[in-house]
Design a protein around this ligand. Structure first.
Ligand SMILES: Nc1ncnc2c1ncn2[C@@H]1O[C@H](COP(=O)(O)OP(=O)(O)O)[C@@H](O)[C@H]1O
Ligand SMILES: [Mg+2]
Length: 210
């Protein structure tokens, strides 16, 4: 058996990598056995799962990898259906390029402004490089922190259309429940009614990439 590998990457911090990694992994756990690999030295994904109370453990194991990501991920890939790699916010170390070499899909969360999208432009070069050796690699932009009641700005729509990386149809709205779930070491899937709409959008994202 060999797992499908998803990397969540953006060289900017604060765009929603860890939020997407953890909620995406929780949703994926309904489709198979999932492992989150925390490849960010800040260790947010690992801390997140440690916040879970004993009576409601996070549904997916999280391990931190500081060493050889490719070797470790290949080893874990025998025992899981899906690996979700939460990447560090930098292109300066080789972690992100290693993740791209072994991944099937890269999800790139970006904030809904053209400036934030263009800030990810260096990623497109790294992805092109990775594709030379990993032709199965599929990158997608995921727009995060969408304003609940307003549509995407015209400028952002145009920027997304012109960008080299396609974007998923479903984005992620700005919702307090994402922050609340993180504080409780939970995913939006176990926040009851309050988490329903968020869980639905994560499910749509999963449907698009599975
Ligand atoms: N869709 C969202 N709605 C509300 N808050 C969000 C959303 N996505 C991320 N956040 C919050 O924004 C901050 C940065 O997100 P995080 O996932 O830690 O980003 P990164 O891992 O890219 O640095 C966190 O406080 C997180 O709770
Ligand atoms: Mg993070």
């Amino acid at each position: 058996m060999s797992a499908r590998i998803f990397s969540i990457a953006n060289q900017k911090g604060g765009t929603g990598k860890t939020t997407l990694s953890m909620n995406f992994a929780a949703g994926l756990s309904r489709h198979g056995k999932v492992l989150v690999i925390d490849a960010d030295p800040q260790g947010s994904a690992g801390q997140w799962s440690c916040l879970s109370p004993d009576h409601r453990p996070f549904p997916v194991s999280v391990i931190s990898i500081g060493g050889n990501l490719a070797r470790e991920a290949t080893r874990f890939s025998q025992d899981y259906d899906f690996l979700v790699i939460d990447c560090p916010p930098t292109l300066e170390t080789d972690t992100m390029s290693l993740a791209m070499k072994i991944s099937d899909v890269i999800l790139i969360p970006v904030l809904p402004s053209p400036v934030d999208l263009w800030a990810s432009i260096r990623l497109t070069d790294a992805i092109e490089q990775a594709k030379i050796h990993n032709r199965k690699l599929k990158p997608y932009i995921v727009v995060n922190q969408l304003e609940p009641r307003s549509a995407l700005s015209k400028a952002m729509k145009q920027a997304l259309e012109e960008f080299d990386i396609p974007s998923l149809k479903e984005g992620i709205r700005r919702r307090a429940i994402y922050r609340n779930a993180a504080v409780e070491g939970a995913s939006v899937y176990c926040m009851g009614k309050r988490g329903e709409a968020a869980a639905q959008e994560i499910d749509e994202i999963i449907k698009e990439v599975l």
